[in-house]
Design a protein around this ligand. Structure first.
Ligand code: ATP
Ligand code: MG
Length: 349
């Protein structure tokens, strides 16, 4: 039966917006559910692990907690779903199904889902998402992530969305239509890249300190900043064990340099994208730059970018209020607004 017919017959529809991210995924649904999960899937390593965990599969934060007892998969990397092994693909499918189930559809309720996927997701990736969703939903649209954010903010005209995620920074110019390939740019220097830089710098400066990638990421999330015009910054001191003894370490300089490592790449792509836009509207686009994604919370970043636009004639940079749910909320808004006929006609936006 066509979606259009079903939609007319019954209003018992649950609309779901999903933001499928490299590090975190979020779900926002028309029944009010708003949930997020780390994008991790873990299978117990052996029969003992399974007995202890009392589960066949583990998702999200619990994968970190029990990582020694699990084979943990992070199904997305550098903005795309990892493929190659059956387990990678199974992890991606399982995660997508889990996210839809988090919206708690009632028995008999029709489920219409809009999934925001990385802008660069391949046709194969989209097919994989579609197959996974089709097992648990009645209809599915896959849209690019920056578009979901712009849609949710109702900023679809002459706006530049910069979604700073873990695997990628996605930049996208909106000009009132669904963005085309040339309106979008993807950088692989994003949150994960900052983490790697910070890890390497701290390893070099403090060779006897014992720390993990997870600890480095946590310090970044608590203290991330870039310097604006050499402004002073309080020292950032963290406790790291040395030979088992908790010891204070100053990470101010390393953190500033690691966070700043994305700036030359970001600056370059931002300028290229603005310069490629219709010259009549470039001034307006510069006044409507919106930062989203977890990385938009880096202190000083908004001000740094604004100062950097000065020599082009100035600009205004803002930050979304809720970086965790902006993508999922936007995807939900698209789901609600998509006419019934389009659910049948459109396969991808
Ligand atoms: N307060 C913070 N300051 C700086 N970075 C942060 C902060 N909070 C989260 N992050 C970083 O933001 C990134 C996660 O952001 P987000 O959830 O938007 O990414 P994602 O959607 O999972 O990734 P992608 O869009 O690349 O698929 C991670 O690198 C995380 O460490
Ligand atoms: Mg994202």
């Amino acid at each position: 039966m066509l979606v259009a017919q079903r939609k007319k017959e019954s209003d018992n529809i649950l609309y779901i917006g999903v933001d499928l991210g490299t590090s975190r995924s979020a779900v926002s649904a028309s029944n009010g559910v708003r949930e997020w999960e780390r994008s991790l899937v873990g299978w117990p390593k052996d029969i003992i692990a399974k007995k202890f965990l009392k589960r066949d599969i583990v998702f999200g934060e619990a994968c970190l907690k029990h990582r020694l007892a699990l084979d943990v998969f992070r199904p997305l990397a550098a903005g795309v779903i990892k493929t190659g092994t059956d387990r990678d693909e199974e992890a991606a499918r399982t995660l997508v199904k889990h996210l839809i189930s988090m919206a708690k559809p009632e028995p008999g309720q029709s489920v219409y889902a809009v999934v925001g996927a990385p802008a660069e997701a391949s046709t194969f990736n989209k097919q994989l998402i579609r197959e996974a969703v089709s097992d648990v939903a009645d209809a599915c649209l896959i849209v690019s992530e920056p578009f979901t954010i712009a849609y949710g903010l109702e900023m679809l005209f002459n706006t530049l969305v910069v979604d700073i995620g873990a695997g990628t920074i996605d930049l996208c110019i909106m000009h009132g239509t669904v963005p085309a390939a040339e309106d979008q740019k993807t950088l692989v220097q994003a949150g994960d890249f900052i983490d790697q830089q910070l890890f390497e710098m701290l390893t070099e400066r403090y060779p006897s300190a014992q720390f993990t990638e997870t600890m480095v990421q946590r310090w970044k999330e608590e203290h991330a900043f870039v310097r604006v015009d050499g402004s002073p910054q309080d020292k950032i001191i963290v406790s790291i064990p040395v030979g088992g003894r908790p010891t204070s370490h100053d990470i101010t300089d390393e953190l500033s340099r690691a966070c700043s490592a994305i700036l030359p790449f970001l600056r370059e792509e931002l300028r290229t994208l603005i310069a490629s836009f219709d010259p009549e509207f470039q001034v307006e686009v510069r006044q409507n730059v919106v930062l989203a994604g977890g990385g938009s919370q880096i202190r000083g970043l908004r001000q740094w970018l604004e100062a950097d636009l000065a020599d082009l004639g100035g600009g205004h940079v803002s930050t979304v209020e809720d970086p965790l749910y902006a993508g999922a909320d936007g995807a939900l808004a698209i789901a609600r607004d998509t006419p019934a006929d389009d659910w049948d006609r459109l396969r991808t936006l």
